[in-house]
Design a binder for this molecule. Structure first.
Ligand code: PMP
Length: 362
């Protein structure tokens, strides 16, 4: 039997155990093909049914309307930081970025290399403790898009509702909270997410794009970097990451079995509340990084009264099987990433540990 661990990794992160077991069972003989799904041609019927089912499940679970297309790409969310402006930011246009953390900064930096991009709102001056407020009257109808990061993996903040950008497409990096709650897709022009937090293993990036945006594309960029290329070929322009897409399909089946996005949201709220209550009831022993209104239900970030206690907390936690609780290397402190596949039981165990640690160290 393997060692009992509670996986709070920030990404790649926990996957549902049943999904891993299915993959194990099917690994060397997928659907009686006599070979692994990894060994199938990406042009075969057997693989195509996996590809199509993954798209159908995502469409159903996120209620994606017909005028949107799903793409399975490679290069992570980071490549999207460049592909978005390359494809959608034309000369004479401006793109606005809403800055809520390091990932927004990275996205903004890439856009500046490609065209005119400006910061429309930012909470950098307050260490990204909250989500910026954004006055949409500052954008012009000719703007290319407005970009935001829906969940800030490093700082532990999350947009609770999204701004109305009228006719200007809203683009969201949902890498760390896609499918954690129901979404009104029609508010967005484009959504993207690396799979390795809520959707599956690393290797595939999901892009959901409104079809009219594909039509205004830029022909001056390399073929493989055009959304249109992938849209026309149903994400089979070149060899897709077939095993990652197979795992994505299996995770989506699991989400469906859990009752879909709403049921998952309820579960996520319960998990986050367990940890935020431990912070709020600790009389200041644990301090949350995010302001209450901006708290993420995916990444709970907190510090202890001093560095020595933080180190002791992380060491003791690791001894007890809690994995991945160190904050991102750029900010330190502690972070519990509680994506969809992290069970309530793991959060209950962490809460108990936090309470016990406080009792013995204060
Ligand atoms: N955006 C966000 C919000 C993230 O959390 C991450 C990864 N942690 C990235 C982008 C970068 O993703 P990738 O490693 O897939 O390029």
């Amino acid at each position: 039997m393997s060692k009992k661990v509670y996986n709070f990794n920030a990404g790649p992160s926990a996957l549902p155990k049943s999904v891993l077991e299915t993959a194990q069972k099917e690994l060397v003989n997928f659907e009686d093909s006599g070979m692994s799904v990894m060994e199938l041609s990406h042009r075969s019927k057997t693989y195509d049914s996996v590809h199509q089912e993954a798209k159908q499940l995502l469409t159903k679970l996120l209620n994606i309307p017909d005028n949107y297309q799903i793409l399975f790409l490679q290069g992570g969310a980071s490549l999207q930081f460049s592909m978005i402006p390359m494809n959608l930011l034309k000369e004479g246009q401006k793109a606005s970025y809403l800055m809520s953390g390091s990932w927004s900064e990275k996205a903004f930096k890439e856009a500046q290399l490609i065209g005119e991009a400006s910061i429309a709102a930012s909470t950098k001056n307050e260490q990204y403790k909250s989500i910026p407020s954004f006055d949409s009257s500052t954008i012009e109808s000719t703007d290319a898009y407005v970009h935001l990061t829906s969940n800030n993996t490093i700082y532990g903040t999350q947009w609770q509702s999204f701004p109305d950008t009228k006719d200007v497409p809203l683009i969201a990096d949902m890498s760390s909270d896609i499918l954690s709650r129901p979404l009104d897709i029609e508010k967005f022009g484009l959504i993207y997410a690396g799979a390795q937090k809520n959707l599956g293993p690393s290797g595939v990036t999901v892009v959901i794009v409104r079809k009219d945006l594909l039509e205004q594309e830029n022909d001056n960029i390399p073929t493989i970097l055009r959304y249109q290329t992938h849209a026309k070929a149903d994400s089979l322009y070149h060899t897709p990451p077939t095993f990652a897409i197979y795992m994505l399909r299996n995770v989506l089946r699991w989400v469906q079995d859990q009752g879909g996005a709403l049921a998952i949201q309820e579960q996520n709220e319960k998990k986050a509340n367990l940890l935020y209550e431990a912070i709020d009831q600790s009389n200041g022993f644990y301090t949350g990084h995010a302001t209450k209104e901006s708290r993420s239900r995916m990444n709970v970030t907190f510090t202890l009264p001093n560095e020595d206690l933080t180190k002791a907390f992380l060491n003791e936690a690791a001894d007890k099987g809690f994995v991945g609780l160190g904050g991102h290397r750029s900010v330190g402190g502690c972070r519990a990433s509680i994506y969809n596949a992290v069970p309530v039981e793991a959060c209950t165990a962490l809460r108990t540990f936090m309470e016990e640690f406080q009792q013995t160290h204060s």
